[in-house]
Design a protein around this ligand. Structure first.
Ligand SMILES: *Cc1c(COP(=O)(O)O)cnc(C)c1O
Length: 217
């Protein structure tokens, strides 16, 4: 099955980069996938998953969590402030902290709830109009702002432009993280996770290579 193959490739990329075994967390991106495929991956013992929509995650994970111990679900898609509370209750990590208004909302809710998921700040490394994330030039200020709000920022996240060499973006994200003293790097998907690991990824988000193509039909 594809999961074991991807796990082997992650391990091999860790070794090739001289990194410790297990230093990279494989997030199995289950968005849009039929429950049977997700269940098959759970049955094989995998526990870390990624979803890009609050609503979709709310519809499938509470049930899976009752049947499988130790599940961890990461939100990897954009988050509207009016869904922030629900997201904080559903996810162990949020990879899409991308603007001041969301940061202040999460900080207020964290006070209220008494806990907060691990956070990754999304950086729009390709400076694409249609893509979420803070611009590279604003990243340092935004990291400080989030720290000032006592938010548990673990690292940075990026989604490189489809038509560009991803390694340039991975390297840029790594540089921004290093100068801000951040160790977490959420980068790399099905087609480029090995190159992301070579450039320091701590979290790779792999969907179709594990589950098969998504059917949006
Ligand atoms: C869907 C998605 C992925 C997984 O993409 P694949 O190419 O299927 O591995 C990774 N990251 C984000 C933010 C996504 O939305």
């Amino acid at each position: 099955m594809a999961l074991s193959e991807i796990k082997e490739r992650v391990a091999k990329a860790e070794r090739a980069a001289g990194r410790a075994a297990g230093s990279v967390t494989l997030i199995a991106v289950s968005k849009v996938q039929p429950n049977a495929r997700v269940e098959a991956v759970l049955e094989q013992g995998h526990r870390v998953f990624g979803e890009n929509k609050v609503q979709e995650a709310a519809g499938k994970w509470p049930e899976f969590r009752t049947r499988f111990q130790g599940v961890e679900v990461h939100l990897i898609g954009p988050l509207q402030t009016n869904k922030a509370r629900q997201a904080m209750e559903l996810f162990e990590a949020i990879h899409s902290l991308d603007r001041p208004k969301l940061a202040t909302t999460l900080a207020r809710l964290a006070q209220d709830i008494g806990q907060c998921p691990d956070l990754f700040i999304q950086v729009n490394t390709g400076e694409e109009e249609q893509k979420a994330g803070v611009l590279p030039a604003q990243a340092d200020d935004f990291v400080s702002e989030c720290r000032g709000l006592d938010l548990p920022v673990k690292g940075l996240m990026c989604i490189p432009p489809v038509d560009e060499e991803p390694s340039l973006h991975f390297a840029l994200l790594g540089k921004i993280a290093a100068r801000n003293g951040l160790t977490g790097l959420s980068m790399g998907m099905s087609s480029d996770f090995e190159s992301a690991i070579a450039l320091g990824a701590t979290h790779v988000r792999v969907g179709s290579a594990i589950f098969g193509e998504r059917d949006y039909g």
